[in-house]
Design a protein around this ligand. Structure first.
Ligand code: ADP
Ligand code: ADP
Length: 227
């Protein structure tokens, strides 16, 4: 199994310093190349679960394995895309994408890689633009290119299109589908939208709240595209 989430629990301390269960008994096995949605109401622990897989948050108990290796911190094998693109405003589009690549390769190679992925997200013409010159959807495409440029096996996406209007979101769905087909990444996509999860993913993990648990694991067997 590519990703194994084993008996993961997460607790936080409340104001009275009592432990509160946020995630309880989360078990999940994920194959390479799957496109999985983690679907559930706001506050059920989706982001917490994604952050544990990312290595940004520690589970209280249990563990996450990727290719049999224990996840303890962020790594190049896992690219992240958040709801806010969080681009550096003083860097242009290309520089935003090459920024994390600098330690990995020469400047020239980094620029070639940035170009490849910016073309993939259809921003080839905007490589010299600055973030404030781009729409929200375009900024989010830059952040997807930035994540892809590190060539991670896994893309962890936390409500990446949640702040966008319906039309833009729909266009980005189509783009993400072709990126997934082209790159064969394993994608974990957090959303509270049922329609978004059905449209995009192969498999939907439905979570319930208080505490966050997995209620259902549903295989989506509808041919693509699903408009
Ligand atoms: P979701 O992504 O499904 O909206 P989150 O994972 O963001 O849910 O949050 C799950 C629950 O954990 C929420 O009730 C939230 O208030 C709580 N929570 C998240 N982070 C912390 C924290 N650092 N300290 C205390 N409670 C937290
Ligand atoms: P997205 O759905 O990715 O947000 P938009 O609907 O914002 O895309 O934009 C569609 C196209 O219009 C873009 O690919 C770009 O060519 C152009 N465009 C939109 N907003 C801007 C902007 N602020 N500056 C320059 N070009 C823009």
């Amino acid at each position: 199994m590519f990703i194994e989430i084993k008996q993961v629990n997460k607790q936080y301390m409340n104001k009275e310093n009592e432990p509160v269960d946020i995630l309880k008994d989360i078990n999940l096995s994920i194959n390479k190349g799957e496109f999985i949605s983690i679907l559930g109401p706001s506050g059920c622990g989706k982001s917490t679960l994604l952050n544990i897989v990312a290595g940004l948050t520690k589970a209280t108990n249990g563990n996450v394995l990727v290719s049999d290796k224990l996840i303890e911190k962020p790594g190049k094998d896992r690219g992240m895309v958040f709801q806010q693109a969080a681009l550096f405003p003083w860097l242009n589009v290309t520089e935003n994408v090459t920024f994390p690549l600098k330690k990995e390769m020469s400047k020239k190679d980094a620029q070639d890689v940035a170009k490849k992925y910016l073309k993939m997200v259809q921003l080839g013409k905007y490589m010299d633009h600055y973030p404030h010159e781009l729409s929200g959807g375009m900024q989010q495409r830059v952040s997807i290119a930035r994540a892809l440029a590190m060539n991670p096996d896994i893309l962890l996406m936390d409500e990446p299109f949640g702040a966008l209007d319906e039309q833009t979101r729909s266009r980005l769905h189509t783009q993400l589908e072709s990126i997934w087909t082209e790159t064969k990444k394993t994608i974990l996509f957090v959303t509270h939208s049922i329609s978004e999860s059905i449209k995009l993913s192969d498999r939907i993990i439905v979570m319930g709240t208080k505490p966050g648990t997995i209620l259902q694991d549903i295989k989506v067997d509808i041919p693509r595209p699903r408009d």
